[in-house]
Design a protein around this ligand. Sequence first.
Ligand code: IDP
Ligand code: MG
Length: 149
Amino acid sequence: MEQTFIMIKPDGVQRGLIGDIISRFEKKGFYLKGMKFMNVERSFAQQHYADLSDKPFFPGLVEYIISGPVVAMVWEGKDVVLTGRRIIGATRPWEAAPGTIRGDYAVEVGRNVIHGSDSVDNAKKEIALWFPEGLAEWRSDLHPWVYEA
Ligand code: IDP
Ligand code: MG
């Protein structure tokens, strides 16, 4: 079972999309393993997006992420990193398929509502950065109704 880091960005929070977004991952059959509602420090946002620090949009991206509280989450499940990215949709909302979160709710790349780890390795790094305190240990009693093994 994989884990991925998912964050509802400040625009998703402001627009009242928290419940809908959580519901999509929950109903799919993934397990919520960690969640916190928090404001992000500038230096922390810079660390999270360190790989993009040389991009022209980096300063604006950091301002965006610190502009209001975010919902930081860890979700667990089979192939959750790739499947999570497919639930989220393409980075540029005009390329995101209808039915995806960005396809349904976003217009601008700089207001694309949600973050999801793009690889298993990056998921591990992001989970360690955002949840150094560790995660909840549990498995749904419905597990066999969602997973074959
Ligand atoms: P991802 O969020 O789909 O993984 P990344 O390429 O990792 O996309 O970029 C991180 C975030 O930076 C995007 O989600 C988006 O908010 C922002 N971003 C990416 N490209 C642009 C751009 O060209 N202009 C403004 N913001 C951008
Ligand atoms: Mg990314």
